[in-house]
Design a binder for this molecule. Structure first.
Ligand code: MSP
Length: 526
């Protein structure tokens, strides 16, 4: 069985999870589910990044000991993962001394053995938001461009990692795509970073200032730099540095690290440098998504535009949130969410879209065919082409082609199936979801065009074939959406009694009965 190891970043536990964190996790989850459905042995890792100044300060502000504070917040991140049906294999916490520390410390020792760690005095500007030293180009009027805080002047002695030594090897791997960075714009961004010159990185902090962290092996006056600690989670969770490292041997190298654009340098430059130093293989790919903006601006407490994922979930359900972030946010760029837009999409895609189609088709099967239709002769099915009007093409933003005008339902499904798989191979989750929504719109138009509820009275066989084709478009749409909205897809397969979807288009009977709406209409006043 082919293996697929996928990771999400590990989340800082300085504040409760917000929609941006849920986004990264859903993206990784869709890819994990997709590969499971394709028969891969998937290991999906997520977790929390619990050390460092940022977390320690938040604990202090909350009047709590760091350990008690991170326990509470890590539980909230675990709750978020449950709420949004994140199908992780393991959840790593960097404060876990038994599970994470041995790997982080072993990796440190490997870098040390390779003589890639040296002590030096350093004076620089440290941004706690970044958990990194910043330079003038990261600042505007003395404040960090990204976090809008003033960095602190730090002058201390610490260990440095000889990252500069590995620049050309990292570049070679990226150019050869053995370290595949997607999308291409981010790959170019990393190459430009490497071209621009890379300095060695401060890899520890004095423990008197930063006691909340992993002690440097052999020197307890220092704690590991939080990013050195955090990046090693990708191997420590698999057992690296522990007696049982079977998973490490089985799953490393990672197939894909899913990350947001703000942490590109750490993953595409520092992490490969660490792996080279330790003599370990690179991850195969890194997929970088954009950010979710709220009303056109970065979500932030100060701006008051943070969207609470738990509240959204309570009001609209897990799949509505999962669908929004996948279907409405472009996979490689920033995307915007407002509550108004969220509600519009819920209504269009769910209440008026998939939910309405499910109940219309299920009711027709019950009413006109005693609750079951059987696969008609292929010749009959092929005589019912999918005619798409100019208006439909316009709405879909589709090119007018012979195929999109006159092909059969099966042909349209096969065309979209190819595009769907290709999109997922390219990590273009948004494009993959569009294939599903396209089939569902075709389903709607197909019913409008052939009016099966009238046709059955004139020609029952033809009526059944039309209904079969409509149900097929709907089921194929649900089949495509299995990794994105698993619960809804499963409900649809149950309603039409087609197992768990099985192979695409493998259905021989489709049953249906009238049901309560899957997605109730929103009350316009609320
Ligand atoms: N702890 C580090 C990651 C260490 S991985 C070895 C970290 N944590 S974070 O909590 O700040 O961010 C975690 C992930 O959430 C990142 O991929 C980040 O891009 C993502 N997001 C945080 N805010 C986001 C949005 N508003 N939109 C989309 N994703 C964003 O960085």
């Amino acid at each position: 069985m082919r293996k697929f190891y996928i990771t999400s970043p590990i989340y800082y536990v300085n504040a409760p999870p917000h929609l941006g964190h849920v986004y990264t996790n859903v993206v990784a989850d869709v890819l994990a589910r997709y590969h499971r459905l394709k028969g891969y042995d998937v290991f999906f890792l997520t977790g929390t990044d619990e050390h460092g100044a940022k977390v320690a300060r938040s604990a202090h502000k909350a009047g709590k000991e760091p350990k008690a504070f991170v326990d509470e917040l890590a539980a909230q991140f675990q709750e978020a993962a449950r709420t949004f049906h994140i199908s992780y294999t393991d959840f790593i916490r960097t404060s876990d001394q038994g599970k994470h520390w041995p790997g982080a410390q072993k990796l440190w020792k490997q870098l040390d053995d390779a003589q890639d760690l040296y002590k030096a005095s350093y004076k620089g500007l440290y941004c706690v938001g970044h958990e990194a030293f910043v330079t003038d180009k990261d600042l505007k009027n003395g404040r960090c461009l990204e976090h809008d805080i003033e960095p602190e002047v730090i002058e201390e002695e610490n260990y440095f990692f000889r990252l500069s030594k590995y620049v050309s090897k990292i570049k070679e791997a990226i150019l050869a795509d053995t370290l595949n960075i997607k999308p291409p714009a981010r790959r170019n961004e990393v190459l430009a970073m490497l071209e621009g010159g890379v300095e060695d990185v401060s890899f520890s902090r004095p423990s008197k200032d930063i006691p909340w962290g992993i002690p440097v092996p052999g020197d307890d006056t220092q704690t590991m730099y939080v990013w050195c600690d955090a990046l090693s989670n990708y191997i420590s969770a698999l057992g690296y540095g522990r007696t049982n490292d079977e998973n490490f041997r089985k799953y490393w190298p990672c197939d894909v690290h899913v990350i947001g654009k703000d942490i590109l340098r750490f993953h595409a430059v520092i992490w490969p440098g660490m792996l080279l130093s330790a003599g370990l293989p690179f991850p195969k790919s890194i997929f970088i998504h954009g950010h979710i903006l709220s009303g056109g601006k970065k979500m932030s407490k100060t701006l008051g535009n943070v969207i609470d994922p738990f509240q959204l979930q309570q009001e609209y359900g897990t799949d509505a949130v999962r669908n929004f972030v996948i279907s409405e946010i472009p996979s490689f760029e920033d995307g915007d969410i407002t509550i108004e837009r969220f509600r519009e999409i819920y209504t269009a895609r769910f209440s008026n879209g998939i939910g309405n189609l499910v109940s219309r088709i299920a009711t027709m099967i019950e009413r006109f065919f005693n609750g079951e239709i059987k696969k008609p002769d292929q010749a009959l099915l092929d005589n019912l082409p999918l005619k798409i009007t100019d208006a439909a093409c316009h709405v879909l933003g589709e090119e007018k082609t012979e195929e999109s005008f006159y092909s059969s339902v099966q042909a349209i499904i096969h065309t979209e199936e190819r595009k769907y798989h290709q999109a997922l191979e390219d990590f273009n989750l948004n494009r993959a979801a569009q294939s599903a929504w396209l089939l569902l719109r075709h389903c709607d138009w197909y019913i409008q065009e052939y009016q099966p509820f009238k046709l059955v009275k004139e020609d029952k066989n033809k009526g059944e074939a039309v209904l079969w084709n409509a149900a097929t478009l709907l089921l194929a749409g649900a089949w495509f959406l299995r990794p994105m909205i698993p619960e809804t897809a499963e409900k649809i397969f149950e309603i039409f009694n087609v197992g768990s979807g099985g192979e695409l288009l493998s259905w021989n009977e489709i049953t249906g009965k009238s049901i309560q709406p899957l997605f109730p209409r929103l009350d316009l006043d609320t």
